[in-house]
Design a binder for this molecule. Structure first.
Ligand code: NI
Length: 255
C-alpha cells in the first residue's frame, strides 16, 4: 500500500532528528510520497533541504502563498521564479486567494495568482490552489485563464457539492484533508456524492490535524486516518483508497 500526502509543510520542523522521526513515522504508516509546498522565498531552502535529503519520498513545489502576497510581492515573485527556472519542481503552489485574513490585498493577490498561473502553463506544471473565503474570486480567474494546460488541485477542499462540481468541471482534483474527520464539517456528505477519481489526500501538516489527534500538531503519518475515514464513507478498503488516490496524484504531478 502506498499513500500520498499531496500537501505537507513537514519542513517547518527544523530539528534534523525530529524531522527524521517525522519521516520515519510517515514511512511506517505507508505514507511514502510527500509533496512539499513552500509559502514564500524564505521557506524555499527548507523545502529543497528536505527534498534533497529524501529524494525518493519528498517532492518540491514552489509558489507564493496568498497570505504572503504583501507590499514586496513583486520581489518575492521574482526570487521564486528564478528558483523555478533552475530547479526541478512538481507544481506551482501553493497559490490562490485568501480573504479570511486580509481583504485589503485582494487586487495584488489576484495579480500574483494570474502571474503564477502563467508560470505553470509555460512550464507545463499543475497548480495547487489555496482558497479561503474566495471561491468566486478564484473561479473568475480560472474561468478566464482555463485552457488544455491548466490543471491541478484545490487544496484543502471543504466547500459545497455545487462547488465540488465546479472544481471537477475544470478537471481539477479535490485535496481532502483532516476536515473530513471533523464532526459537523459536512464534508463527509459532500464527498459521498463525489467519485474517488477526483480526489487526492493531504494533511496540510502541521495544520488541520485529523481526529483522533485534533489539538496536537499535524504530521504526514496521520494521513492514514484521513484515508481510513474516506474508506469508511465510500465503504471500500483502505488499500483501495490508497491505490486510487495515489494513482490520481501520479496523474496530476507526473511522478
Ligand atoms: Ni499549505
Amino acid at each position: 500500500m502506498i499513500l500520498t500526502d499531496t500537501h505537507t509543510h513537514l519542513y517547518y520542523e527544523t530539528d534534523p532528528e525530529k524531522l527524521s522521526d517525522l519521516i520515519q513515522r510517515s514511512l511506517e504508516n505507508k505514507v511514502y510520497r510527500l509533496f512539499l509546498p513552500n509559502v514564500d522565498s524564505e521557506s524555499i531552502p527548507l523545502v529543497f533541504g528536505l527534498s534533497e535529503r529524501y529524494p525518493d519520498h519528498c517532492f518540491p513545489m514552489l509558489g507564493l502563498h496568498p497570505c504572503d502576497v504583501k507590499a514586496n510581492y513583486k520581489e518575492e515573485l521574482d526570487s521564486i521564479s528564478k528558483e523555478i527556472a533552475q530547479r526541478k519542481v512538481y507544481a506551482i503552489g501553493e497559490i490562490g486567494i485568501d480573504l479570511h485574513w486580509d481583504k485589503s490585498t485582494l487586487s495584488i493577490q489576484q495579480e500574483a495568482f494570474r502571474t503564477q498561473i502563467d508560470w505553470a502553463k509555460n512550464s507545463d506544471l499543475p497548480i495547487v490552489i489555496h482558497c479561503r473565503e474566495a471561491f468566486d474570486e478564484i473561479f473568475e480567474i480560472l474561468n478566464e485563464l482555463k485552457d488544455d494546460k491548466l490543471r491541478g488541485i484545490f487544496h484543502c477542499f471543504s466547500g459545497t457539492l455545487e462547488q465540488a462540481h465546479k472544481v471537477i468541471g475544470l478537471g481539477f482534483y479535490l485535496g481532502i484533508g483532516g476536515v473530513l474527520t471533523y464532526k459537523n464539517s459536512g464534508l463527509d456528505k459532500v464527498i459521498q456524492d463525489v467519485s474517488l477519481e477526483h480526489l487526492v489526500l493531504e494533511t496540510d501538516s502541521p495544520y488541520l490535524t485529523p481526529v483522533p489527534f485534533r489539538g496536537k500538531p499535524n504530521e504526514s503519518s496521520y494521513l492514514v486516518y484521513i484515508a481510513q475515514k474516506l474508506a469508511d464513507i465510500k465503504q471500500v478498503s483502505l488499500e483501495e483508497i490508497a491505490e486510487v488516490t495515489t494513482r490520481n496524484s501520479r496523474l496530476v504531478f507526473g511522478v
